[in-house]
Design a binder for this molecule. Structure first.
Ligand code: AGV
Ligand code: CA
Length: 301
């Protein structure tokens, strides 16, 4: 039995590699992918993704993009890295995914006829919009995995006005949407900076991927399009943990997202917060990066 999974993402290289992983994971039935405003130019990253899925023989997976205005948009330089992926896969010019991503999300969930797992690796904006448009989707979501936040690890927002740096970008870019999703009664699994900080992208691993051919080489081409300094396999780890939740331990927490400056978007443990599970580093955390690299390369091979 393959598990139905939907990916709601924001089109950076690690988001796209995350989708490749879901598409190729044998026990996953990837039902739809939505590429949102966030860390990309959504129509460009969506077209690149559609072209890549087609190359893998998964061209039947529906891909759509969705524009949303964000309270705190991502740096333009990061968004424009979409153009590097397009340069690596110029055939994407011939793909025109639909611009109805919120509708694709709600309709795919309601049409599934069985409980669905949702992976969100960008802003919570699109999920919040879908929940507002069709609140009944919440009942059909068995598990929602979010790459979001940082507890002990703190944040990764730096140099933004009126902000103290304590938030992770996916929550900072739209704190009210994150707070809305948190209170929606979903079964939430957080993949936070507390674990992703242990899986930095290394030039050596990108070369390993390139040399292995197939979908590994596609991933290497995408990753070559980003500024490698301070880049992590944030969303790729979240996709791996969507497929293999026992890869790392999970702890139960009660969580809140701050919406007020200067800590807007900061994820916090609070007694009055919402119950959720948070992936944690395991006993052999020093080898976590290497173990993730091995597993990702295996799945993409
Ligand atoms: O905060 C991590 C999120 C992930 O979903 N994104 C990138 C991943 O897709 C934002 C981000 C943080 N630092 C970045 C980011 C960087 N140096 N380059 C691009 N995006
Ligand atoms: Ca992302």
């Amino acid at each position: 039995m393959r598990k139905p999974v939907i990916h709601d993402q924001d089109g950076h290289a690690d988001d796209l590699v995350a989708t490749l992983l879901l598409a190729l994971y044998p026990a996953v039935d990837l039902r739809a992918v939505v590429v949102n405003s966030g860390d990309c130019i959504p129509q460009v990253s969506a077209a690149v993704l559609a072209a890549l899925l087609d190359r893998l023989g998964k061209g039947a997976v529906p891909v759509a993009w969705q524009h949303h205005a964000l309270p705190h948009p991502f740096p333009t330089a990061w968004q424009r890295e979409s153009l590097n992926y397009l340069r690596a896969f110029p055939e994407a010019e011939r793909y025109y995914p639909a611009a109805a991503g919120t509708r694709l999300l709600t309709e795919t969930i309601l049409a599934a006829g069985e409980p669905v797992t949702l992976l969100v690796t960008g802003p919570c904006t699109n999920l919040a919009a879908a929940l507002r448009a069709a609140p009944e989707i919440a009942r059909h979501l068995e598990r929602v995995v979010l790459m979001a936040g940082g507890l002990e690890a703190g944040g990764n927002v730096a140099g933004e006005q009126d902000h103290d740096g304590s938030a992770e970008w996916n929550l900072y870019c739209d704190p009210p949407a994150a707070a809305y999703c948190l209170q929606a009664g979903l079964a939430l699994d957080f993949v936070s900076l507390d674990v992703t900080n242990f899986v930095p992208m290394t030039a050596r691993f990108v070369e390993t991927l390139r040399s292995r051919g197939g979908a590994c080489r596609l991933a290497a081409e995408l990753l070559a399009g980003v500024e490698q300094q301070n880049y992590f396999f944030w969303d790729t780890l979240a996709a791996l943990l969507t497929c293999e939740p026992d890869f790392l331990p999970r702890g139960r927490r009660t969580l809140t997202v701050r919406t007020d400056p200067p800590a807007a978007g900061r994820l916090e443990k609070t007694a009055s917060g919402v119950p959720a599970r948070v992936f944690e580093p395991d006993a052999d955390v020093e080898s976590l990066g290497a173990r993730v690299e091995v597993r990702v390369a295996e799945i993409l091979s």
